[in-house]
Design a protein around this ligand. Structure first.
Ligand code: AHN
Ligand code: ZN
Length: 331
């Protein structure tokens, strides 16, 4: 009897162990997969972005100190007021490389300004006062449809869309002034940091005290036909994860023709100062050309930078990619 009892005992122990192992396996199998909740992403309207570019260009050149600059500022403040909860215009003056003093306006629209958890989307709105890379009329200001107009056009359309979405995070849209009054190549005496004066000012003196954002996205020259956007060096240095995530988003949406997963040289642009001074990890989505000595588009700082080179297909690729990434982040 004692032996039977022992046999019975080991039999029940074996059954118990098998049942336990089975339970463990079942539990592992039935553990629900971690799926990110799917969020409805609206369609980025490229026609709308295009029209915001055309309206800026209709003011003529928007270089510091011009009538077009003054009038366009009013238009942008109006638009930003329509698309965000609060608008702050940061006004000041800067001394440019040519010794002149110019008034500037950084235009800052905020959705849910009361929230601490924030993201930042930005572009420069001023245009270059000279056409130093053109072969003729080099001392005349350019229209800057792409360099100045396009980033703002996409930012405004993003603001219009995100404003209707009741985001769980605050969103700031900054239109920087005084980006493109930088010193031409070979000008003496050399002046350091002559570009991006508006973003340098804001980075040192943000529109609210102790401002911080989880990340920033800068849009510069995002509207030219067939534009390629590579993984620019400064962005990869300061915000590699953000950059890879956004390029992956573009790829998932079928925009790998525009968003090329190749690292290219570092560029001095507004994002450098936002990273260095404000300490906000920020990337630059900026066109890279393989076929020009500057690696900017063939139209860059020439009179060819007008509405003829703006293509809705490129605006859509950039706008939909950023909108998709941001909508997922703020829910
Ligand atoms: C420099 O040429 C040093 N940076 C380019 C920044 C820029 C100019 N973006 C648009 N125009
Ligand atoms: Zn420029």
């Amino acid at each position: 009897m004692a032996q039977v009892g022992v046999k019975h005992k080991s039999f029940f122990i074996s059954i118990f162990i098998l049942a336990f192992l089975a339970a463990c396996q079942t539990e592992v199998k039935e553990k629900p997969a971690v799926i990110k909740p799917t969020v409805d992403v609206p369609q980025f309207n490229a026609d709308s972005a295009y029209s915001y570019i055309a309206q800026q260009v209709a003011f003529g050149p928007r270089a510091l100190g011009t009538k077009g600059h003054e009038e366009c500022a009013e238009y942008l403040i109006d638009k930003m007021s329509a698309f965000t909860d609060t608008v702050i215009v940061q006004r000041g003056s800067v001394k440019t490389y040519d010794g002149k003093v110019h008034a500037f306006q950084n235009i800052i629209g905020s959705i849910k300004p009361e929230l601490n958890n924030r993201i930042l989307i930005c572009a420069h709105w001023d245009t270059r006062p000279i056409a130093d890379h053109d072969t003729k009329r080099r001392d005349e200001p350019i229209l800057g449809a792409n360099d100045g107009g396009s980033g703002v056009g996409v930012v405004l359309e993003l603001a219009r869309q995100l404003n209707t979405m009741d985001p769980k995070m605050g969103v700031d849209f900054i239109l920087f002034d005084a980006e493109d009054y930088g010193q031409p190549d070979g000008y003496r005496p050399y002046m350091e940091n002559s570009y991006c004066l508006g973003s340098q000012y804001w980075s040192n003196t943000p529109h609210v005290e102790r401002y911080y954002a989880r990340f920033g996205i800068l849009l510069d020259m995002v509207g030219a036909e067939n534009a390629k956007f590579t993984m620019e060096g400064t962005s990869m240095q300061f915000a590699p994860t953000l950059m890879k995530d956004i390029w992956n988003t573009a790829s998932a949406l079928g925009y790998s023709g525009h968003f090329v997963s190749k690292r290219t040289k570092s560029i001095v642009d507004d994002h450098l100062y936002i990273n260095q001074i404000a300490g906000i990890p920020t990337i630059d989505i900026i066109e890279y050309s393989e076929s020009t000595p500057t690696n900017f588009g063939h139209y860059w700082h020439t009179h060819k930078d007008n509405m003829d080179i703006i293509d809705r297909t490129t605006l859509k690729a950039v706008g939909q990619t950023v909108l998709t990434y941001v909508v997922q982040e703020i829910h």
